[in-house]
Design a protein around this ligand. Structure first.
Ligand code: SF4
Length: 396
């Protein structure tokens, strides 16, 4: 598989989404309105800069082109998540971005244009050779000989400078441009945050780029070794088009399709509602039991009893002193462990930490020979736990 920055980011966001989109090749029909607006803005910029060698488009011409593309591409699966917002609101937002950008950069002759939607490809060496591809929004040459790699951002949040300095996408593009034009010496990475009419820029040292390559190879190798592609839930799920394929979301997606009267009779809903009902009763009962236990202990102590009688059952009180071991990470825990080791009692007194062993086996960082032997000695069982959580309302 060839990689791109957006594939890598998708994996980091949610390994399952990556698998569905790029391994299983499931095409997402739905598209968030924000992404739709972003694509239309990019097209308008490509048109504006593409025309420059012939003429400078007027602002009205750019806006008309944007409107034409908006209408041509709009489809019924464009999703608007923000409550109360309409497609028209976003259309007008895009117009505003274009107006601000146009007025800011007119007559667009600050630099020499070297490329638009320029395809780049780089190769990275790891356990094997990996190919990363991408399209650069715009490449400029400034009068003082700097190659600028431009990217348009239509999102509503402005990143901190530190985030721009750590951004992977444009740094990878810099590697791609350098490969394409080895004579290029000086680079600047430029983001246009058009919602703020602001530019953010950053540069990379050769050391930064070497470190970036190392991190990207590490990430790709993690992807290639992944056998689970587990779903990772986050706020970004709201913009994910794969709910029908996601074990965390497909029941919710199915329920959204059901009429209200069928919803409450759906088998899963009935089971979960019953489970939560009993769980709540259990919690209440446990709280009551705890209070009763305290009252019984007080009663027994006051009357010097070690057995308290009921009508059919009785309770015998048994006092036992138990030691409490300090938690891992506690200073006293280290001292305790050292003491036991020094006394030569470690083998006798310590026990295996199942969680730590499991983590070590799963991380695949152990010596392969040792790993095999460990795997032969431990049995595997699948444990399923249920974690209750509150459903989110439609506005969340
Ligand atoms: S809905 Fe969330 S957890 Fe499920 S695949 Fe999409 S991003 Fe991943």
């Amino acid at each position: 598989m060839n990689y791109s920055n957006s594939k890598l980011s998708t994996y980091e966001t949610c390994p399952l989404k990556f698998k569905l989109a790029y391994i299983d090749g499931i095409r997402a029909e739905e598209e968030g309105i924000e992404a739709f607006l972003g694509s239309r803005f990019h097209e308008a910029m490509e048109k504006l800069y593409g025309e420059l060698k012939f003429k400078t488009m007027t602002l009205d011409e750019v806006k008309a082109y944007y409107e034409e593309q908006w209408k041509k591409n709009f489809h019924e699966k464009v999703v608007i998540m923000a409550e109360g917002r309409t497609a028209d609101d976003y259309f007008r937002l895009g117009l505003k971005f274009i107006e601000d950008y146009y007025r800011h950069y007119y007559p667009f002759n600050q630099n020499r244009l070297l490329g638009l939607e320029q395809f780049i490809e780089i190769e990275l060496e790891g356990k094997r050779r990996y190919i990363i591809q991408g399209y650069v929004d715009r490449i400029d040459l400034t009068p003082d000989g700097v190659i600028e790699i431009h990217d348009y951002k239509t999102g509503g949040s402005l990143p901190e400078q530190a985030q721009a300095d750590a951004d992977r996408q444009l740094a990878l593009y810099q590697l791609g441009v350098k490969k394409k034009w080895p004579w290029a010496e000086k680079f600047r990475l430029v983001w246009h945050y058009v919602a703020f009419d602001l530019e953010i820029s950053s540069t990379r040292t050769p050391e930064n780029l070497e470190e970036l390559k190392r991190q990207v190879v590490e990430l790709i190798e993690k992807i290639e070794e992944d056998r689970e592609f587990a779903p990772r839930e986050s706020t970004l799920c709201n913009w994910c088009a794969f709910w029908n394929y996601c074990p965390l979301k497909k029941h919710e997606a199915k329920l959204e399709e059901l009429p209200a009267n069928e919803y409450l009779n759906e088998e899963g809903v009935v089971l979960v509602n019953k489970y939560i009902e009993y769980l709540n009763q259990k919690k209440e009962a446990e709280a009551e039991l705890e209070k009763l236990k305290e009252a019984i202990i007080v009663y027994a102590e006051k009357n010097n009893l070690s057995r308290v009688m009921g009508s059919e059952f009785h309770l015998t009180l048994s006092k036992q002193e138990r030691i409490k071991i300090p938690n891992a990470g506690d200073e006293k825990r280290v001292l305790l462990e050292n003491l036991i080791r020094q006394a030569g009692l470690w083998e006798r007194l310590s026990s295996l930490d199942r969680f730590a062993l499991e983590k070590a086996i799963k991380s695949r960082q152990l010596d392969p020979g040792l790993l095999e032997k460990l795997k032969e000695l431990v049995t595997r069982e699948i444990q399923i736990s249920l974690f209750p959580g509150q459903n989110k309302g439609p506005s969340d």
